[in-house]
Design a protein. Sequence first.
Lengths: 160, 124
Amino acid sequence: MKIKFLTFFCLAAVLFLAACGKSDADLQKAVTDKLKADNVAGVTAGVKDGVATLTGEVADITVKNKAEASAKSVEGIKSVVNSLTLKPLPTPVPAPPDPMLKGKVDEALKKAGCTGVTIESKDGKIIASGTVADAKYAECVQAIMQSGATGFDNKIVKGK
Amino acid sequence: MSLQEKYQTILDLANQNGTTYELSEGEGVLHINGTAPHAEAKQQLWDEYNRIDPDYRGGDLMLNIAVSGAESAGNTYTVQSGDNLSKIASKYGITWQQIHEANKDTISDPDKIFPGQELTIPGA
């Protein structure tokens, strides 16, 4: 009788454990450890019924996505609710005064061999027009974007 | 869709290829200011930008990527053991012929360069 009872008890215990898998607390620890291992900072993970919820404020969208992927990769996590918010971005460094900015861009374009591009500078933004050879086009765009302008209205035409 | 979402693949690439960057945003324009470890990494970011916004006409991104000092164009490069011109050229996103051309005085045979030899790296 005693043995029968024990056998039944053991079977029940095994079935119970197999059905439940890891507890939420175990999963929460596993997710937290995984985030740490993947160098994801500033994220708090909570787990309920196998669903992980991520909260906190992170530097940019790549961290938000990485955190979600890390949490999803933990065995036993059914789904992830990504409630992470992005840190508000600072405003860009102001552009130099327009005449100076125009001078800077003109020089950069000259250095890159972008003849044929005409620029105008207005409130820190560059408005560029004219025609450049297809092969030079990307280089000319780069020269303008690297000049410190806060905006770029690109009307440059790609020539042959 | 936020600008970060629109251009997130550029940021993913930057994280993968070792480009450090800072973001700022104002007047509907996202600024990515960064430093790439070599010219090839910078080119990858610009290629991705061109894929998202062909010909860069959206006006909502300013991509400003510098190449870190050690491997920027116009510098000299000291040949390491195991180097060849093609390998060095790929670090700068240029061709081995361009390096050969810029170093005609010191390289007589492009197959023969020596560790410790200093090469002028022409602009890409």
